[in-house]
Design a protein around this ligand. Structure first.
Ligand SMILES: [Zn+2]
Length: 275
Protein backbone atom coordinates (compact mmCIF):
# COMPACT_ATOMS: atom_id res chain seq x y z
CA UNK A 1 0.00 0.00 0.00
CA UNK A 2 1.49 3.37 -0.86
CA UNK A 3 2.26 5.50 2.14
CA UNK A 4 0.80 8.96 2.53
CA UNK A 5 4.10 10.52 1.54
CA UNK A 6 4.00 8.75 -1.84
CA UNK A 7 0.54 10.14 -2.57
CA UNK A 8 1.64 13.56 -1.33
CA UNK A 9 4.57 13.56 -3.77
CA UNK A 10 2.35 12.31 -6.62
CA UNK A 11 -0.15 15.09 -5.93
CA UNK A 12 2.63 17.69 -5.82
CA UNK A 13 4.04 16.47 -9.16
CA UNK A 14 0.58 16.52 -10.76
CA UNK A 15 -0.05 19.98 -9.35
CA UNK A 16 3.22 21.36 -10.73
CA UNK A 17 2.51 19.93 -14.17
CA UNK A 18 -1.23 20.51 -14.48
CA UNK A 19 -2.42 23.44 -12.34
CA UNK A 20 -3.73 26.27 -14.47
CA UNK A 21 -3.90 24.15 -17.64
CA UNK A 22 -7.03 23.47 -19.65
CA UNK A 23 -8.19 19.89 -20.19
CA UNK A 24 -8.02 19.24 -23.94
CA UNK A 25 -9.10 15.60 -23.76
CA UNK A 26 -10.54 13.14 -21.28
CA UNK A 27 -10.86 9.38 -21.45
CA UNK A 28 -11.79 6.74 -18.89
CA UNK A 29 -12.37 3.01 -18.68
CA UNK A 30 -14.69 3.51 -15.70
CA UNK A 31 -18.38 3.78 -16.58
CA UNK A 32 -19.45 6.02 -13.65
CA UNK A 33 -16.78 8.58 -14.60
CA UNK A 34 -17.75 8.36 -18.29
CA UNK A 35 -21.37 9.13 -17.39
CA UNK A 36 -20.37 12.28 -15.51
CA UNK A 37 -18.17 13.31 -18.44
CA UNK A 38 -21.09 12.77 -20.86
CA UNK A 39 -23.40 14.93 -18.75
CA UNK A 40 -20.92 17.62 -17.68
CA UNK A 41 -17.80 17.38 -19.86
CA UNK A 42 -14.39 17.52 -18.25
CA UNK A 43 -12.85 18.75 -21.49
CA UNK A 44 -12.57 22.52 -21.52
CA UNK A 45 -12.32 22.86 -17.75
CA UNK A 46 -9.27 24.31 -16.06
CA UNK A 47 -7.34 22.16 -13.61
CA UNK A 48 -7.24 24.31 -10.51
CA UNK A 49 -5.14 22.19 -8.17
CA UNK A 50 -4.08 18.68 -7.21
CA UNK A 51 -3.69 17.72 -3.56
CA UNK A 52 -3.52 14.75 -1.25
CA UNK A 53 -5.82 14.19 1.70
CA UNK A 54 -4.53 11.21 3.62
CA UNK A 55 -4.02 8.66 0.87
CA UNK A 56 -6.69 10.16 -1.37
CA UNK A 57 -5.62 12.21 -4.36
CA UNK A 58 -7.91 15.06 -5.38
CA UNK A 59 -7.85 16.87 -8.71
CA UNK A 60 -9.94 20.05 -8.69
CA UNK A 61 -11.45 21.31 -11.94
CA UNK A 62 -13.15 24.64 -12.61
CA UNK A 63 -16.91 24.46 -12.25
CA UNK A 64 -16.87 22.75 -8.82
CA UNK A 65 -15.85 19.30 -10.09
CA UNK A 66 -13.36 17.12 -8.17
CA UNK A 67 -11.84 13.78 -9.20
CA UNK A 68 -11.02 11.64 -6.16
CA UNK A 69 -8.75 8.63 -6.67
CA UNK A 70 -7.30 6.14 -4.20
CA UNK A 71 -4.42 3.88 -5.19
CA UNK A 72 -4.92 1.02 -2.71
CA UNK A 73 -2.24 -1.58 -3.50
CA UNK A 74 -2.06 -1.34 -7.27
CA UNK A 75 -2.88 2.11 -8.61
CA UNK A 76 -0.57 4.86 -9.82
CA UNK A 77 -0.63 8.21 -11.61
CA UNK A 78 1.90 8.87 -14.36
CA UNK A 79 2.76 12.08 -16.19
CA UNK A 80 3.83 11.96 -19.82
CA UNK A 81 4.61 14.43 -22.56
CA UNK A 82 1.92 14.19 -25.26
CA UNK A 83 3.84 11.91 -27.66
CA UNK A 84 5.75 10.00 -24.97
CA UNK A 85 5.43 6.23 -24.75
CA UNK A 86 3.60 4.98 -21.63
CA UNK A 87 5.37 2.70 -19.18
CA UNK A 88 2.20 0.71 -18.58
CA UNK A 89 -0.08 -1.00 -21.11
CA UNK A 90 -3.03 1.00 -22.40
CA UNK A 91 -5.43 -1.61 -21.02
CA UNK A 92 -4.35 -0.63 -17.48
CA UNK A 93 -5.47 2.98 -18.14
CA UNK A 94 -8.43 3.98 -15.98
CA UNK A 95 -8.37 7.77 -16.35
CA UNK A 96 -6.57 9.97 -18.85
CA UNK A 97 -6.36 13.75 -18.76
CA UNK A 98 -4.85 15.58 -21.71
CA UNK A 99 -3.50 19.12 -21.60
CA UNK A 100 -1.32 21.02 -24.06
CA UNK A 101 1.91 20.14 -22.26
CA UNK A 102 1.18 16.99 -20.24
CA UNK A 103 -0.90 13.84 -20.27
CA UNK A 104 -1.78 12.47 -16.83
CA UNK A 105 -2.74 8.81 -16.76
CA UNK A 106 -4.13 6.86 -13.82
CA UNK A 107 -3.30 3.16 -14.15
CA UNK A 108 -5.21 0.46 -12.30
CA UNK A 109 -6.70 2.84 -9.74
CA UNK A 110 -9.39 0.79 -8.00
CA UNK A 111 -11.22 3.83 -6.60
CA UNK A 112 -12.14 6.85 -8.70
CA UNK A 113 -15.14 9.13 -8.49
CA UNK A 114 -16.26 12.58 -9.51
CA UNK A 115 -17.68 14.78 -6.76
CA UNK A 116 -18.91 18.30 -6.56
CA UNK A 117 -16.47 20.34 -4.51
CA UNK A 118 -19.24 21.50 -2.23
CA UNK A 119 -20.13 17.86 -1.43
CA UNK A 120 -16.58 16.94 -0.53
CA UNK A 121 -16.80 17.59 3.23
CA UNK A 122 -19.71 15.15 3.39
CA UNK A 123 -18.01 12.45 1.28
CA UNK A 124 -17.90 9.34 3.42
CA UNK A 125 -14.41 8.38 2.30
CA UNK A 126 -13.00 11.72 3.41
CA UNK A 127 -15.20 12.53 6.38
CA UNK A 128 -14.06 9.36 8.21
CA UNK A 129 -10.36 10.27 7.97
CA UNK A 130 -8.39 11.17 11.05
CA UNK A 131 -6.06 14.20 11.05
CA UNK A 132 -3.73 14.14 8.03
CA UNK A 133 -0.09 13.79 9.07
CA UNK A 134 1.03 15.56 5.90
CA UNK A 135 -1.35 18.47 6.14
CA UNK A 136 0.34 21.73 7.19
CA UNK A 137 -2.41 22.13 9.78
CA UNK A 138 -2.22 18.62 11.22
CA UNK A 139 -4.35 18.54 14.38
CA UNK A 140 -1.94 16.90 16.81
CA UNK A 141 -4.28 17.02 19.81
CA UNK A 142 -7.01 15.31 17.79
CA UNK A 143 -4.54 12.67 16.53
CA UNK A 144 -3.50 11.95 20.12
CA UNK A 145 -7.13 11.82 21.21
CA UNK A 146 -8.04 9.33 18.48
CA UNK A 147 -5.01 7.19 19.27
CA UNK A 148 -6.04 7.15 22.94
CA UNK A 149 -9.50 5.98 21.84
CA UNK A 150 -8.19 3.22 19.51
CA UNK A 151 -9.21 0.49 21.95
CA UNK A 152 -7.74 -2.99 22.42
CA UNK A 153 -6.52 -3.40 18.86
CA UNK A 154 -2.77 -3.75 18.53
CA UNK A 155 -0.99 -0.44 18.04
CA UNK A 156 0.26 -1.79 14.67
CA UNK A 157 -3.33 -2.21 13.52
CA UNK A 158 -4.45 1.14 14.94
CA UNK A 159 -1.71 3.00 13.06
CA UNK A 160 -2.95 1.61 9.73
CA UNK A 161 -6.50 2.75 10.52
CA UNK A 162 -6.80 5.96 8.50
CA UNK A 163 -9.60 7.02 10.83
CA UNK A 164 -7.06 7.38 13.68
CA UNK A 165 -4.47 9.42 11.80
CA UNK A 166 -4.30 9.54 8.00
CA UNK A 167 -1.18 8.82 5.99
CA UNK A 168 0.64 5.90 7.63
CA UNK A 169 1.09 2.76 5.52
CA UNK A 170 2.71 -0.56 6.24
CA UNK A 171 6.34 0.52 6.00
CA UNK A 172 6.06 3.57 8.25
CA UNK A 173 3.97 1.54 10.69
CA UNK A 174 6.96 -0.70 11.50
CA UNK A 175 9.50 2.12 11.27
CA UNK A 176 7.62 4.52 13.53
CA UNK A 177 7.04 1.87 16.21
CA UNK A 178 10.73 0.96 16.17
CA UNK A 179 11.77 4.61 16.53
CA UNK A 180 9.24 5.09 19.33
CA UNK A 181 10.44 1.88 21.09
CA UNK A 182 6.90 0.48 21.17
CA UNK A 183 6.20 -3.21 20.49
CA UNK A 184 3.70 -3.60 17.59
CA UNK A 185 1.56 -6.16 19.44
CA UNK A 186 0.81 -3.84 22.38
CA UNK A 187 -2.90 -3.10 22.69
CA UNK A 188 -3.39 0.55 21.78
CA UNK A 189 -5.23 0.99 25.07
CA UNK A 190 -2.09 -0.01 27.03
CA UNK A 191 -0.01 2.93 25.79
CA UNK A 192 0.91 5.77 28.11
CA UNK A 193 0.55 9.45 27.20
CA UNK A 194 4.28 9.76 26.57
CA UNK A 195 4.25 6.75 24.24
CA UNK A 196 1.38 8.17 22.20
CA UNK A 197 3.17 11.51 21.94
CA UNK A 198 6.33 9.73 20.86
CA UNK A 199 4.48 7.74 18.18
CA UNK A 200 2.65 10.77 16.73
CA UNK A 201 5.69 13.04 16.79
CA UNK A 202 7.90 10.35 15.25
CA UNK A 203 5.31 9.72 12.53
CA UNK A 204 5.15 13.45 11.78
CA UNK A 205 8.91 13.69 11.60
CA UNK A 206 9.53 10.75 9.28
CA UNK A 207 6.58 11.45 7.01
CA UNK A 208 7.58 15.09 6.60
CA UNK A 209 11.21 14.15 6.03
CA UNK A 210 10.00 11.97 3.18
CA UNK A 211 8.07 14.77 1.51
CA UNK A 212 10.73 17.48 1.74
CA UNK A 213 12.49 19.02 -1.22
CA UNK A 214 15.10 16.26 -1.38
CA UNK A 215 12.70 13.37 -0.96
CA UNK A 216 11.76 11.23 -3.91
CA UNK A 217 13.57 7.92 -3.65
CA UNK A 218 12.65 4.98 -1.47
CA UNK A 219 11.26 5.68 1.96
CA UNK A 220 14.06 6.81 4.24
CA UNK A 221 14.09 6.61 8.01
CA UNK A 222 17.67 5.42 8.50
CA UNK A 223 20.71 7.19 7.08
CA UNK A 224 23.57 5.42 8.82
CA UNK A 225 24.87 3.34 5.94
CA UNK A 226 24.43 5.83 3.15
CA UNK A 227 27.50 6.28 0.98
CA UNK A 228 27.66 9.30 -1.25
CA UNK A 229 28.68 7.39 -4.36
CA UNK A 230 26.25 4.53 -4.04
CA UNK A 231 22.55 4.44 -4.68
CA UNK A 232 20.73 3.41 -1.56
CA UNK A 233 18.54 0.34 -1.88
CA UNK A 234 15.24 0.45 0.02
CA UNK A 235 16.59 -2.09 2.50
CA UNK A 236 19.49 0.20 3.38
CA UNK A 237 17.27 3.14 4.18
CA UNK A 238 15.03 1.64 6.86
CA UNK A 239 15.51 0.44 10.43
CA UNK A 240 13.39 -2.72 10.46
CA UNK A 241 10.96 -2.93 7.51
CA UNK A 242 11.83 -5.85 5.23
CA UNK A 243 14.82 -6.76 7.42
CA UNK A 244 13.45 -9.91 9.07
CA UNK A 245 16.29 -12.04 10.53
CA UNK A 246 18.92 -9.35 9.97
CA UNK A 247 20.64 -7.73 12.96
CA UNK A 248 18.95 -4.75 14.58
CA UNK A 249 20.90 -1.62 13.65
CA UNK A 250 20.90 -0.54 17.30
CA UNK A 251 21.46 -3.73 19.30
CA UNK A 252 22.20 -6.59 16.88
CA UNK A 253 19.20 -8.73 17.88
CA UNK A 254 17.70 -10.44 14.79
CA UNK A 255 14.70 -8.44 13.54
CA UNK A 256 11.42 -10.30 14.10
CA UNK A 257 8.61 -10.37 11.57
CA UNK A 258 5.07 -11.67 11.43
CA UNK A 259 2.05 -11.38 9.18
CA UNK A 260 -1.03 -10.44 11.09
CA UNK A 261 -4.46 -9.01 10.57
CA UNK A 262 -7.11 -9.55 7.95
CA UNK A 263 -4.91 -8.91 4.94
CA UNK A 264 -1.77 -10.40 6.52
CA UNK A 265 0.45 -7.37 6.15
CA UNK A 266 3.94 -7.90 7.49
CA UNK A 267 5.13 -6.24 10.65
CA UNK A 268 8.82 -5.98 11.61
CA UNK A 269 10.25 -5.17 15.01
CA UNK A 270 13.17 -5.66 17.41
CA UNK A 271 12.15 -7.63 20.48
CA UNK A 272 15.00 -6.06 22.45
CA UNK A 273 14.50 -2.39 21.54
CA UNK A 274 10.70 -2.35 21.56
CA UNK A 275 8.58 -2.97 24.61
ZN1 LIG B 1 17.27 -3.72 18.73
Amino acid sequence: MPEGDTIFRAAAALHRALAGRTVTGFDTALAPLARVHDDTPVTGRTIERCESVGKHLLIWFSGDLVLRTHMRMSGSWHLYRPAERWQRPARAMRVRLDTDAWVAVAFDVPVAEFLRGRDLPRSRALASLGPDLLSPDFDRAEGLRRLAAAGDRSIAEALLDQGVVAGIGNIFKSEVLFLAHVHPDRPASSLGDDERVSIIDTALKVMRANTGARAGGPIVTYRGLRHAMRRASPEESVWVYGRGGKPCRKCGTPIASAKRGLDARATFWCAHCQH
